[in-house]
Write a protein that binds this ligand. Structure first.
Ligand SMILES: Nc1ncnc2c1ncn2[C@@H]1O[C@H](COP(=O)(O)OP(=O)(O)O)[C@@H](O)[C@H]1O
Ligand code: SF4
Ligand SMILES: [Mg+2]
Length: 382
């Protein structure tokens, strides 16, 4: 894990995300020069503002008519600081992978902005976009399906050099790939083997080596260990933490389980139905959660200590997650929230430091999108 890069969050700021650092550039060459600048540790490297992705729902075969939209991501804002790991957690279908794809510019945003080193990457194209794509890489969830079974490991890891030959000239690629195999703890002599000759954990190491090939600054890890055995998960997470230090990387680490991200995250954002419900440092989220959804998720995390287990209160959420095509009015969590009141159905809570904690020097003073945010004694995972 990286040295903590805890930001001094201004407790009075609402919303707590810092202002966007915008940098003007009029030509592609100027943009490229700005994208080359190193960001100091602890400064924002990626600033996401009001990001929206609606997938149109259509009907009809000949004349396709839009009848609605799946609001997969519906106004997400956060900062990623250089050198940190930001965990993003939430149940399946809440929009985590869509956020990842938007940040990777694999999907086009419906609205909102993503500033990388002060440039809104949703508006870039051509050479400038290519430079961004080199610097933001992804590691996918399922090492069984994300690696082409007909390609050798050497070709898989070296494939990014076909698009970015400037990073490694042809004659040097084999050596680079072998170096990468070594870096992720695999034997460099395996370069001519095929994915099926490796275990799940080894395949994820291949995926990580590929993610590192272009010397990126940011790696977005979309449930990188969810498909692996529990015993292998820790090894892969430890490897990623080691690589973060070694290569000065910033991570966005996506998971559907709060316990997995705890060990690697400096900060954690909890997502529900396309929005962030609560975001803060790992201590704030795990020890002092103020949003009922986070509290419910935490109450379900296994506790190893039997004494603590006896005292914990398990919050059972009733009802299913509503459809993102038709989210509840007001607070999206209200149909499953035990604290919901009339106000929750008419007024959407904003992600901000709750008024009652504003200006106070308490770990409860972090951003939480709840009208009635308060601490609750839930015993989280150790
Ligand atoms: N290409 C797409 N077209 C239509 N709906 C999509 C598409 N991709 C994702 N969705 C929908 O968007 C919502 C969020 O999906 P996703 O981002 O994959 O969630 P998560 O990664 O948190 O499980 C889901 O309801 C999913 O069905
Ligand atoms: S705003 Fe209301 S419904 Fe939403 S989490 Fe808070 S108490 Fe529950
Ligand atoms: Mg996903």
């Amino acid at each position: 894990m990286a040295e903590p890069v805890k930001k001094e969050t201004a407790v009075d700021a609402t919303p707590g995300v810092t202002d966007v650092i915008k940098k003007d550039a009029s030509t592609t060459t100027e943009v490229e020069a700005l994208l080359d600048v190193q960001v100091d540790r602890g400064e924002p490297i990626l600033q996401v503002r009001n990001l929206v992705k609606h997938f149109p729902l259509t009907q009809g075969i000949l004349f396709r008519k839009q009848i609605g939209a799946v609001k997969a991501v519906d106004g997400v804002s956060f900062d990623l600081y250089q050198g940190e790991t930001l965990g993003i957690v939430g149940e399946s279908g809440c929009g985590k992978s869509t956020v990842a794809k938007l940040l990777m510019t694999l999907e086009k945003a419906t609205a909102g902005e993503v500033f990388y080193k002060g440039q809104d990457i949703t508006k870039l194209s051509g050479r400038a976009l290519k430079a961004v794509r080199r610097n933001i890489q992804m590691v996918f969830q399922d090492p069984y399906t994300s690696l082409n079974p007909r390609m050798t490991v050497g070709d898989i890891i070296g494939e990014p050099y076909e698009i970015h030959p400037e990073v490694a000239p042809k004659g040097d690629r084999r050596r680079k790939v072998q170096e990468l195999l070594d870096v992720v703890g695999l034997n460099p002599e395996y370069i001519n083997r095929y994915p099926h000759q490796f275990s799940g954990g080894q395949r994820q190491r291949i995926g990580i080596a590929r993610g590192l090939a272009l010397n990126p600054e940011i790696i977005i890890c979309d449930e990188p260990v969810s498909a692996l055995d529990v015993s292998v998960q820790a090894q892969v997470i430890n490897l990623m933490a080691k690589l973060q230090d070694e290569f000065n990387l910033s991570y966005i680490f996506i998971a559907h389980d709060l316990s997995i991200v705890r060990h690697i995250s400096d900060r954690v954002g909890v997502m529900y139905l396309g929005k962030i419900a609560e975001i803060g440092s790992d201590e704030e989220i795990y020890e002092h959660p103020t949003h009922p959804y986070t509290q419910a998720l935490l109450s379900a995390v296994p506790v190893p200590d039997p004494a603590a287990r006896e005292h914990r209160e398990r919050i059972i959420l009733t009802g299913d997650v509503p459809s993102p095509a038709n989210p509840p009015s007001g607070c999206r969590f209200r149909t499953r929230c035990w604290k919901a009141e009339d106000r929750c159905s008419t007024e959407m809570p904003l992600l901000a430091i709750p008024e009652r904690f504003r200006g106070q020097d308490t770990p409860a003073a972090h951003e939480s999108a709840c009208h009635f945010a308060e601490e609750k004694d839930v015993v989280g995972a150790a």
